[in-house]
Write a protein that binds this ligand. Structure first.
Ligand code: FHN
Length: 615
């Protein structure tokens, strides 16, 4: 029930905050050397750590409701640090203060600076995170810090189990995100002195200078389904892109990485494959037609993966498509084809670069940062309108990147004002990116599941026999849409530029289904009924679509805050409605057999998106 209350509260707040200009408090948010303010506090007394309350500044007014709440919370934390617990309890519930004050007072500010996300503390080899605004079922991504984490010594102080993973940042998975109403508290142990770590700024979510305009979020969500393409010289050898490059992974602190300032080693075989890369059968128009016929509304192309090879014409690199026998700008050809056929274009670009010898070393990472900024400028400038930018992880500790995440994203924002930018470039970006799994039900933060149609991101000889079934592809798409997310389904082309025949056929089968039922996916929102074990729901206008993923002949749904005017089984057959005291029973008859997804359309008497979420 908590989740539903939370979702509905957030939905209500979103409505309210668009009407009310909330009076807010704010406090000096900065690194350790913040100059304490001496402004008057609400109680009228000044002091070296006085907190400015009830100030409404332009900057603060830009902040969304949740950040204003966080400022109040952080103001209370400053009071706890100053030993002013009674004053702190005017801003933070007393029970929470009593539980956490000692820990906060006995430790120092940690490696992740305070912000909308929360704050961190450090003591010895321990880091404690106080996380706010946690999205249920979602991964919390925070910047990487420079010391590796001893995962076995990670624990939640707010109940539930927690796992940290270093993939697209410091990923924090909790089995049941405990809805501590103030902040979820997690403690982890690092290999070294946590108090000596560099302090990293954790940007807030909604920053107009960085985030896409609000209206782009709806347009992006309406797309619902896209094609991800991982391609490069690795396909000549049928090797997994980047990860099978037997070379050092500079800057990487986990999973076999060479670490910061590690020893650099190249892979003479992998790094020479580009000399054989000649995709003479590459047909950009055919790729786009294949995607469109599958019901996909956008394509995201790898322009540079961690192996450093640029699939575009880069003036700052001689390790690019122009150096291959093919010698034509693949990114440009695909951009032109997308524009010609009216499908949205996305570029993927990997900030981590294990080929570049400057990457991941304290003494040379600044040169890499310059190279990085220039390649991003090329991508943002030379290919016309780009609709989506897909960063793929900084990987090395964030302090090496300095202010590049903000600078690079602000530059892209200036070059491409309406582009949707994901959460893997060091900022929270415009949308989250759960990978190879369906994200949790989440309507406030846009999100997209990326997943492979087969056994790898790029082509290998076993792709054909590992291609997902039609049922598995549709289940991914429907379950993602039913949780209000997009699906980015990945195919890896062969070295000649064609796709595995079985995968072309699979997309055609998905397209056949989308031709008939795509209106229950495209342009819909997830809910208003939370995913259940035997169905998910999507909605559009005054219709709710129940997607029954098991071929059951009856389903019970909770009461919704609307009248059902008509119920129809889109696959054929009939449905009867029986409203009971606690739920509504829908019973099906004569539905054609072997349906992957039985869809019941409930036509109701009001806009489905206005309904409270029910379970
Ligand atoms: O390491 C990459 C991987 O190869 C692939 O590109 C995925 C796609 O989201 N991103 C990274 C793993 O998270």
């Amino acid at each position: 029930m908590k989740l539903i209350q939370e979702l509905n509260t957030r939905r209500l707040k979103r409505t309210l905050s668009s009407i009310l200009v909330l009076a807010s408090c704010c406090c000096p948010l900065a690194a350790k050397d913040a100059t304490p303010s001496t402004a008057k506090t609400a109680e009228g007394n000044s002091g070296d750590t006085a907190i400015q309350l009830n100030e409404t500044s332009a900057a603060v007014d830009h902040a969304p409701a949740k950040w204003k709440e966080s400022k109040r919370f952080l103001a209370g934390i400053k009071l706890i640090e100053a030993g002013k617990l009674q004053e702190a309890k005017k801003l933070i519930p007393a029970e929470w203060v009593n539980k956490h004050a000692a820990l906060i007072q006995e430790s120092k500010p940690g490696p992740l600076l305070p912000g909308e996300w929360g704050f961190s503390q450090a003591k010895g080899d321990k880091v404690t995170l106080f996380i706010r605004n946690w999205q249920p079922g979602h991964v919390m991504q925070l910047p990487n810090t420079e010391l590796a984490i001893i995962n076995a010594k990670t624990k939640s102080l707010s109940g539930g189990k927690v796992k940290l993973k270093w993939a697209i940042g410091l990923e924090i998975f909790m089995d049941r995100p405990e809805r501590d109403p103030v902040a979820t508290v997690i403690e982890y142990t690092v290999k070294g002195d946590a108090e000596s770590m560099h302090q990293i700024h954790v940007p807030d979510w909604r920053d107009p200078s960085i985030n896409a305009p609000e209206e782009m979020i709806k347009k992006w969500r309406d797309l619902r389904f896209g094609l991800f393409v991982h391609w490069g010289p690795c396909s000549v050898a049928g090797q997994e892109i980047s990860w099978t490059r037997r070379a050092s992974k500079m800057g990487r602190l986990r999973y076999g990485g060479s670490g910061v300032n590690g020893k650099y080693k190249a892979d003479p075989k992998y790094d020479q494959l580009y000399k054989q890369f000649n995709p003479v059968k590459f047909d950009a128009d055919a790729w786009v037609t294949m995607a469109k016929n599958a019901g996909m509304k956008y394509i995201v192309l790898i322009t540079k993966h961690h192996d450093g090879f640029a699939l575009f014409d880069s003036k700052v690199s001689d390790y690019d498509i122009m150096a291959t026998p093919y010698g034509k700008d693949i990114a440009k050809m695909l951009a032109d084809a997308c524009r010609k056929q009216g499908i949205k274009l996305g570029f993927y670009y990997s900030p981590r670069d294990w080929y570049d010898t400057n990457f991941g070393r304290e003494s040379t990472h600044d040169q890499y940062n310059d190279f990085y900024m220039e390649q991003l400028r090329e991508l943002g400038t030379n290919y016309g309108k780009i609709d989506i930018f897909w960063y793929d992880c900084l990987d090395s500790p964030q302090y090496l990147w300095k202010d590049i995440p903000e600078r690079s994203t602000q530059m892209l924002r200036k070059l491409q004002p309406t582009m949707m930018i994901n959460d893997r470039g060091g900022l929270r970006g415009d949308f989250d990116t759960p990978e190879q799994r369906v994200g949790g039900f989440e309507m406030e933060r846009p999100w997209e599941t990326c997943a492979t149609i087969s056994n790898g991101w790029s082509w290998n000889t076993k792709q054909a026999t590992n291609t997902k079934s039609l049922a598995a592809c549709l289940s991914l798409l429907i379950n993602t849409a039913g949780r209000d997310g997009n699906l980015l389904l990945n195919l890896g082309p062969k070295a000649d530029g064609t796709f595995e025949e079985i995968q072309v056929q699979r997309l055609a089968e998905v397209g056949k289904w989308m031709k008939q039922y795509g209106h229950t996916i495209h342009g819909t929102r997830g809910g208003p009924i939370l995913p259940a074990k035997d169905f998910v729901s999507t909605n559009k206008g005054k219709s709710i679509y129940l997607h029954l993923l098991k071929s059951q002949m009856a389903v019970r749904i909770p009461h919704i805050d609307a009248s059902i005017l008509k119920a129809t089984v889109l696959n054929g057959g009939t449905v009867s409605i029986q409203k009971n005291a606690s739920d509504t029973l829908l019973t099906l008859e004569d539905v054609p057999s072997d349906q992957i997804d039985i869809i019941i359309e409930l036509q109701i008497d009001k806009e489905a998106e206005s309904l409270p979420i029910v379970q």
